[in-house]
Design a protein around this ligand. Structure first.
Ligand code: GLN
Length: 487
């Protein structure tokens, strides 16, 4: 069961080979056994999970089940879930119990999925290694001394280590794709606006987007079917006809034009990552795809642009944590100002403070035109680069991350080095495009390499089609981290 696809799980549930309660118990037992080593989950509530599983079993018995009913899922702890502690990886929210469900949680609950718990993450989703979490780092199941990537590192680790068959994540600059790549799983960041941000704790609202993390493209398609959809409670939610994201999975790839951005195949990519991506390109050629070289000339500006815009938005979004309404409040203070200051000094970690300081700076009078406005203009140019590239191809292909999983602690003292972990993912968020990462091989140390597929707006079904066809020919997505299978 642990290695079954979501479709196989659904059919086992439908045929009563297993009940949702049994499946949920099996995953909870694995979490209990393996989580102390991996730190992927920050909150579990077996009673709540099993109550959902029992309800799912009743639905199955009444033959009212959908394709996901009774299947367990882990939620990144950035999604509010009613009655569940929702921390966003921060001391600021360490005692916060959400009074309502995020749209994504609501949709997956309605589909009959069973929540296994909340997964660890970088504090307020700021990070690429899961080391900024108030709850300690997550370990990479492929090598326990390596990072799982971030910020959805807990979700990626949980899926890779078979602590959950699927998980939710969010991606502001790479946080679904980069940890998916480093943990050897599949992850999709949808087109901005496709998945509602309601109840998803805000980091940088013009970039944040929730999406699915699972082992295969087919699993992602099934999850996206349930997660996507218009929500009037998110003003940037898109009103579109619902789509079936599985509908193109089996299409042949003959004649599909793959663009290879020159900037993604340049120096700075670890040789084994580059070699693995080249091999993946060869597989796509075998599948009938044509390849064209394209260029994204402003790509190199994406990291600096992001590190102006994302902190600017974060400094505004995080102003709400003032010790008054909810979350942490310092125990001792003289007056209101002192309370604000101590609460924020004690409640936020170093990386979050760094972002608030940068954001406040670039938005302040006199610097707004010099930094924030310039960054907005460059953001437009980056989006235009993609538009031009998509005039010549259907999908873009490249590495997800320039390196495989790095050792815990190795980039913590060098924020710029850490920020560069997302060099290949960030531009996609700036343009609002969908991006997908799938496993494409391993380096000499046995660490997974991720392949990124970038699509035009709303091209999710085509991206998943390409990924699924690749996964029919390869088995990278089915590999199990050594030592995790039985343990
Ligand atoms: N690593 C990037 C950052 O720290 C992206 C994080 C994310 O996508 N949430 O901002």
């Amino acid at each position: 069961m642990l290695n079954s696809s979501l479709r196989a799980l659904a059919s086992a549930l439908a045929q009563r080979q297993v009940s949702s309660v049994e499946l949920t118990r099996a995953y909870l037992a694995r979490i209990e056994r393996l989580n102390p080593r991996l730190n992927a989950f920050v909150t579990v509530d077996p009673e709540a999970s099993l109550a959902q599983a029992r309800a799912a079993d009743q639905r199955l018995a009444r033959s009212e089940a959908g394709p996901l009913t009774g299947i367990p899922v882990a939620h990144k702890d950035i999604f509010c879930a009613k009655g569940w502690r929702t921390t966003c990886g921060s001391k600021m929210l360490a005692n916060f119990v959400a009074p309502y469900d995020a749209h994504v949680v609501e949709r997956l609950n309605a589909a009959g999925m069973v929540s296994l718990g909340k997964t660890n993450m970088d504090e307020f989703a700021m990070g690429s290694s899961n080391e900024t979490s108030h709850f300690g780092p997550v370990r990479n199941p492929w090598a326990l001394d390596r990072v799982p990537g971030g910020s959805s590192g807990g979700s990626a680790c949980a899926v890779a280590a078979r602590l959950a068959p699927a998980a939710t994540g969010t991606d502001t600059g790479g946080s679904i794709r980069q940890p998916a790549a480093l943990c050897g799983i599949s992850g999709l960041k949808p087109t901005y606006g496709l998945v509602s941000r309601y109840g998803m704790i805000a980091f940088a609202s013009s970039l944040d987007q929730g999406g699915p993390m699972a082992r295969s493209a087919e699993d992602l398609a099934l999850l996206l079917n349930a997660m996507a959809g218009f929500d009037p409670r998110d003003s940037t939610s898109l009103e579109r006809e619902p789509e079936d994201y599985t509908r193109h999975l089996d299409n042949p790839l003959e004649g599909v034009r793959l663009g290879l951005p020159r900037e993604y195949f340049a120096e700075g990519v670890a040789p084994e990552v580059a070699r693995t991506v080249e091999q993946a390109v060869a597989v796509f050629r075998e599948l009938g795809c044509e390849t064209v070289e394209v260029s994204l000339p402003n790509m190199e500006l994406s990291v600096p642009v992001y590190y102006v815009l994302a902190p600017a938005e974060a400094s505004s979004n995080l102003a709400r944590y003032d010790g008054v309404r909810y979350g942490y409040r310092t125990p001792q203070y003289r007056d209101l100002l002192d309370m604000y200051m101590k609460t924020r000094a004690e409640g936020f970690g170093a990386e979050v403070k760094r972002r608030i300081l940068i954001g406040t700076y670039v938005l302040s009078h006199g610097y707004y035109d010099a930094y924030y406005l310039q960054a907005q203009k460059l953001r437009r140019l980056i989006a235009q680069d993609f538009r031009r590239a998509f005039e010549r191809c259907d999908l873009l292909l490249g590495p997800t991350s320039p390196t495989t999983a790095f050792p815990l602690g190795s980039r913590l003292s060098d924020p710029v080095q850490m920020y560069l972990s997302d060099i290949f993912t960030i531009a996609v968020n700036l343009a609002g495009l969908p991006g997908l990462s799938i496993p494409a091989g391993f380096d000499a140390e046995g660490l997974p390499v991720g392949l990124q597929i970038i699509g035009n707006y709303f091209a999710e079904a085509r991206m998943l089609n390409a990924a699924h066809q690749y996964q029919r020919l390869t088995d990278w997505h089915q590999r199990v981290p050594p030592g995790i299978e039985e343990g």
